[in-house]
Design a protein around this ligand. Structure first.
Ligand code: NAD
Length: 272
């Protein structure tokens, strides 16, 4: 169900499905999107300092009157704020903008070379101080994770990565599973670019679902947490209607076979 969760390696429960708000404009647009999502039953919101909409997310949460402990709120530290002291400061500012006193999940947005270990120590400190329920990374490939885990005290609980039928990275998924790092998908809908794919359209007809719902369901059956973005009330609702059907093993394999190792976002090895 929409309230279904996976348990992270520290015992924290993280909802399978959340609303992503990248490029949702600060103010009315993001406030509406988050409000509609919460009305629909979403309890997990994914924002970032870089999205410049944390205030709107905070306002929508306040307006909803939903108890803070019933929500799962994620934000991310931006590249230019990385480093130990600057991370602590940036985190406190995020809390202020979000109008809350803790985060459920805080992620290192990108693996900035020479900095991400200091940044991680700051996340560990904030976690131990009880200000973040779970800490993780984003866009860390296997070599980044190995390098971090060599020196860290607490292993990341989550890695949020580009993941969709054109970019499956099954070796990275296996590595994360082996290390109890929960895989989370960003741009799960390929930013809307693949809805006219024949396989996804055929499967949509077979299950009486939209291609978007087929892809979101494929994420869930892969054990991947997913945060499709929309600012449309109808899409926010329909993207959550994925708990009343199940893709067969064969159909799961058909979608896996669409893999082209093709990124729509930046390559983590060449970004910072
Ligand atoms: P997405 O794959 O979720 O696609 C969003 C696009 O698809 C939007 O343009 C929307 O209008 C369209 N769409 C949504 N539902 C639809 C539907 N049912 N039918 C037709 N069109 C539909 O793209 P995204 O926003 O890039 O990724 C999702 C979230 O992941 C982001 O909002 C953000 O929270 C996160 N993210 C994280 C990183 C990172 O580096 N960690 C990078 C990109 C995105």
């Amino acid at each position: 169900s929409l309230s279904g969760t996976w348990t992270l390696h520290n015992g924290v429960k993280m909802p399978y499905l959340g609303l992503g708000v990248y490029k949702a404009n600060e103010g009315e647009e993001v406030i509406n999107a988050v409000s509609w999502a919460l009305e629909t039953g979403y309890r997990h919101i994914d924002t970032a300092t870089a999205y410049e909409n944390e205030e709107g997310v905070g306002k929508a949460i306040k307006q909803s009157k939903i108890a803070r402990e019933d929500l799962f709120l994620t934000s991310k530290i931006w590249n230019s704020d990385q480093g130990y002291d600057s991370t602590i400061e940036a985190f406190e500012k995020s809390l202020e903008r979000l109008d809350t006193n803790y985060l459920d999940l805080y992620l290192i947005h990108w693996p900035v070379k020479g900095k991400y270990k200091d940044t991680w120590r700051a996340l560990e400190k904030l976690y131990k101080d009880g200000k973040i329920k779970a800490i993780g990374v984003s866009n860390f490939l296997q070599h980044h994770l190995e390098d971090l885990m060599k020196d860290c005290e607490i292993n990341p609980m989550v890695d949020q990565l580009e993941f969709h039928p054109w970019l499956v990275q099954s070796d990275l998924q296996d590595f994360c599973k082996l290390n109890s790092i929960q895989y989370e998908a960003w741009s799960p809908l390929m930013q809307g670019k693949a809805f006219d794919n024949d396989t996804l359209k055929e499967l949509g007809e077979k299950y009486d679902k939209s291609p978007a719902q087929i892809v979101i369901r494929w994420d869930l059956q892969n054990g991947v947490i997913t945060i499709p973005k929309s600012t449309s009330k109808d899409h926010i609702k329909s993207n959550s209607e994925v708990f009343d059907f199940e893709l067969s093993d064969l159909d799961m394999k058909k979608i896996n076979a669409l893999d082209r190792e093709e990124r729509i976002g930046p390559d983590p090895d060449n970004f910072d």
